[in-house]
Design a protein around this ligand. Structure first.
Ligand code: ATP
Ligand code: MN
Length: 478
């Protein structure tokens, strides 16, 4: 058996002096031919390994370079050096894999996030990305824990779909047809009958519609999977492939929906703060350091941990879309013509408007409800005013929209009328409409963009830095 090792995180936590232990990991630095800083990814804290004179021959010492992998056995002793309580006094060192320092791109110095994005296959080995992806893991685990504790069923909705009615964004087509010789119908359009599924198919933009089928049987379900949008938005908040969490609840109205979303967000933040405090402290310090180079007015008002604790301990603001527009119209920002995009009832709020509400006006997460029906999807429940729908978006400081949700239209007739108005082919949606035909119930749900949540909790500013391998326009490396 090879894997007779203790993880460094465990070793540092227990700090049992005198214990004989084996560790394995990658060398971060090697000082004075004597002190190895070893990291195995379990924590950002390195284990110091002391290689006493005469333990290893000259040739072996030369191979202990930044990035090399080693196995070290020794005894845990109290450390006299600064920065660590314990260190491993080595009795044996074995090189597992060499790493040519001339060629290894990760030097023991600060690299820019842009550079690290180009070597994303190696960036997990840095402190920043070590912390980010351990936090990402913790958040994912907390998502499942939260819903499992509440008795929700985790439903795996399909990745490939033939329905394009969601209207959430541009879709990626899925086909096995020969692109250089597409079969055509007599009217010149593509003949999909020869395609793999015998019809046009796409990658899913959302699992919601299928989620509703689950909710109207299990009462409460959630999905957590990849979604795809071919929208050409090259921003710091959009990916072409991102992960979304979509709970869907029968017997819920818009208020129940908001309450659940707020509880959920607070739960997963609380989980990460409690279980990943070291990583979040590291990211907090990183952010402070990063912001030192920014002008005063561009710096965050709060530190990362302060911000997360504030969100945990305060109720989200809840306002209607109509109130939001009034706030914008009455703002000095608007009067001084500082918004780039127009403000009037009926607009799809731009990121600058959302961020004004959250960062300048309320200074906390805001839930905006009851949007104009014309800027929202067909399935949202129509309000009695005939103009708005029971939608809700949650806006977060520094991020903008993090959740989009609604109470769903459960009244068959109203839904069919709305679909007609929006030119959605009802024949193709019979399976969906069946939920309204056979025991329809008030129900609601929302979608939370997982990467936007990870951005919020890690304090990172570009969404490319919180997913292992980002897919964005003109970029599909690794
Ligand atoms: P936006 O206006 O920011 O593009 P949206 O209105 O298209 O978002 P929804 O269709 O409501 O978003 O999707 C639900 C959630 O999924 C959003 O609140 C957001 O957190 C996330 N999301 C949407 N598009 C993307 C994307 N391209 N990359 C990453 N996350 C996204
Ligand atoms: Mn979008």
């Amino acid at each position: 058996m090879f894997n007779k090792r203790t993880k460094i995180k465990q070793l540092l936590n227990e700090a049992s002096i005198g214990k004989e232990t084996t560790v394995m990991g990658w060398v971060r630095t090697f000082r004075n031919n004597q002190f190895i800083a070893l990291n195995d990814g379990s924590t950002n804290n390195n284990l110091q390994i002391v290689v006493e004179l005469g333990l290893a021959d000259e040739a072996t010492l030369k191979r202990i370079t930044t990035g090399a992998s080693i196995k070290a056995t020794g005894v845990l002793v109290e450390s006299l050096g600064k920065g660590q309580k314990v260190e491993l006094k080595a009795t044996a060192i074995e090189i597992l894999g060499d790493c040519d320092p001339e060629k290894y791109p990760l030097q023991p110095k600060k690299h820019s996030l842009e550079f690290l994005r180009e070597i994303a296959h190696l960036r997990f080995r840095t402190n920043t990305f070590g912390a980010v992806f351990r936090v990402r893991h913790a958040l994912a685990f907390a998502v499942h824990q939260f819903f499992n504790q509440k008795g929700f069923v985790y439903l795996h909705t399909p990745i490939i779909t033939a329905s394009d009615a969601e209207g959430a964004g541009e879709m990626f087509q899925v086909t096995t047809l020969p692109l250089n010789n597409l079969p055509k119908q007599s009217n010149g359009t593509i003949d999909f009958s020869d395609d793999f599924f015998g019809k046009a198919t796409n990658l899913t933009v959302s699992g919601q519609l299928e989620g509703e089928l689950g909710a109207t049987a299990f009462s409460e379900i959630y999905t957590f999977g990849p979604t795809f949008r071919a929208e050409n938005s090259n921003t710091a908040r959009h990916l072409a492939e991102f992960w979304m969490i979509e709970p869907e609840m029968a017997f819920n109205d818009l208020e129940d929906n908001m309450n659940l979303a707020e509880e959920f967000i607070k739960y997963i933040i609380g989980y990460a703060l409690k279980n990943n405090s070291e990583d979040i402290e590291f990211l907090d310090a990183r952010l402070k350091e990063e912001e030192k180079s920014l002008p005063q007015d561009k710096r965050s008002e709060f530190g990362l941990i302060e911000k997360l604790e504030f969100v945990l301990n305060n109720a989200f603001e809840r306002i209607t879309y109509t109130e939001a527009i009034d706030i914008l119209l009455n703002s000095s920002h608007y009067k001084k013509k500082k918004f780039k995009y127009e403000v009037s009832w009926g607009i799809d709020m731009q990121s600058e408007h959302e961020r004004y509400l959250v960062e300048k006006h309320f200074k906390r997460p805001v839930i905006v409800t009851d949007y104009p029906k014309d800027i929202k999807a067909f399935y949202m429940r129509q309000n009695d005013d005939g103009k708005t729908v029971a939608a809700m978006d949650i806006l977060a400081p520094g991020i903008g929209e993090i959740v989009g949700g609604s109470q769903r239209e459960e009244r068959l007739e109203k839904l069919e009328t709305r679909m007609k108005e929006m030119h959605i082919p009802a024949e193709e949606m019979n399976w969906y409409l069946d939920t309204r035909r056979f025991g329809s119930v008030p129900h609601a749900g929302f979608g939370l963009g997982f990467e936007r949540m990870v951005l919020f909790v890690t304090g990172m500013t570009n969404i490319r830095d919180v997913i292992p391998f980002a897919r964005t326009p003109k970029n599909c490396e690794f």
